[in-house]
Design a protein around this ligand. Structure first.
Ligand code: ZN
Length: 151
């Protein structure tokens, strides 16, 4: 049996990280002249998120911004995602998307993920909210695909 108390402390820490990203979302706003953008909508919760990218050549994400009308899980996830993937190559970004999806689907252990994103692992205990957390990542995937087609 694992003692329950450390887990509760961990959850409180996670909540704090999520709250911080919600209150002060990183890379929030409109991006001038984006190379690609995509929207996501989650009817279960009413989350709306849009993700815009500026690419460095065709290789790497120079700048990423998002805007959302969404619950705290979705907004926090989007904020953390922009921090995570900025300056990544397309391949790295795709890997990050897959990796986060595996985390949400329980195929990956939270310890395999670095940084603030770990805090979203608790969302797995609330299946309805998994879609909230994944939404910005799916929008990012769409934006990258659109940029790919354009190239
Ligand atoms: Zn939501």
């Amino acid at each position: 049996m694992t003692p329950t108390e450390p887990k509760i402390e961990l959850d409180a820490l996670y909540q704090e990280v999520i709250r911080d990203h919600c209150k002060d979302p990183r890379n929030y706003g409109r991006l001038e002249n984006p190379d690609a953008q995509a929207e996501g909508y989650n009817p279960l919760c009413g989350d709306q998120v849009s993700v815009a990218l500026q690419m460095n050549g065709n290789e790497c994400i120079k700048k990423i911004c998002f805007q959302s009308k969404a619950c705290s899980i979705c907004t926090a996830s989007a904020s953390m995602m922009t921090e995570e993937v900025e300056r990544m190559t397309k391949t790295e970004a795709s890997q990050a998307i897959n990796s986060f999806r595996e985390l949400m689907q329980g195929q990956k252990d939270p310890t395999e993920i670095e940084g603030d994103l770990q805090s979203l692992a608790g969302v797995r205990n609330f299946p309805v909210r998994i879609k909230c957390a994944l939404l910005p990542w799916l929008a990012l995937r769409d934006a990258l695909e659109k940029d790919e087609k354009k190239a």
